[in-house]
Design a protein around this ligand. Sequence first.
Ligand code: LLP
Length: 402
Amino acid sequence: MTPSIPTNLLQQIASTYGTPVYVYHAEKIKQQYETLINAFSVLDIRIFYASKALTNIHIVRYLNSLGCNIDCSSINEVKLALHAGVAPENVLYTSNGISFAEIEEAVEAGVHVNIDSLSNLEKFGKKYGHSYPVGVRLRPNIMAGGNIKISTGHNKSKFGIPVEQIGELEAIVKANNIFIRTLHIHTGSEIKDADVFVKGIEVLFDLIPHFPELEVIDLGGGFKVPYIPGEKTADVASIGQKLKQAFDAHPLANNRKLQVWFEPGKFLVSECGYLVAEVNVLKQNGDTIIAGVNTGLNHLIRPMMYDAYHHITNLSNLNGTEKKYMVTGYICETDTFASDRLLPEIKEGDLLCFHNAGAYGFEMSSNYNSRYRPAEVMVKNGEAILIRKRESFDDLLKNIPA
Ligand code: LLP
């Protein structure tokens, strides 16, 4: 696994903008988007990029320029998408545990909304009746995804309206004459098994008779991408084929000409992103060498939060003799990026590049230990464009009265 951006360009970006720095490769995003469009060409689909993965408006705008719609998980993400110039009819707000006031704001903005609780659905019905087509987020009781923390459709999950409450849901819809356009599920992140999507669509197919005005089935996101070299990932073409077969075997679903929506985050932006950091210190520890870098869980928390593997390339020594390293952050916590990792020999001052940093990397960053959030750079047509400046000391003080 070598970065898709040339090493000398990554080094040049590190020297121009300093480290740590997030770098995103626009052409890789485009390639992933086109892969999805081709994989699902057998269905009537719309792709909504789950912008929570990476909300920088330049990334949102770039995906939108390719024809991609935008999925949001808060009213502020909705506002960012609209600010980026995305038309409201191409914006979707899939909510989770939010106040009704946010739903009202989303309706005023004219975006698609998926409601995830019976109480909000009832409030929605009382206020809007049949006037505003809406979606409901259901919990299908399907276990899926790479880690329990990112598994959202199982029967202990907080997400969505449990599918067994369909009777209560239908009563609210009828009593308030609500126009249910969409049934939504999202079972988890990092799903490699195509059958999970088939199981999900079959749960929703069974509900079609309850919703005469249904137009859309939204299957959420979750397509797995490779993190570890050679790892099995979601075969999106096979998911497309299997979903098409499920439609063909279901005359009611076919007759209703339902559109299928997806909300991929990682698939579109995980692999495009790199976090480039510098090695501050080396320490010998038994037969392992600790390489301490100038970043930590404040900038890339996935290894510590989900035990996620992130591939590391030593940009300063691509092909040297390998040694065993523990790569650690500079935060006052045990922020280990990798243990027992074989890497070409590292010297202090070397640049290390963490792969798969596009999705949920910068986005989950913080100011812990009063460190600045890094700069973000987009590489497009071989040119490096600064899309977010590194924070400065003023940012640490900006909301605090003197
Ligand atoms: N749609 C909904 C309703 C979601 O909740 C999510 C992710 C997605 C779409 C996009 O899922 P993706 O295609 O990116 O797997 N921070 C975790 C992932 C949390 C995902 C939350 N929801 C991580 O870094 O692994």
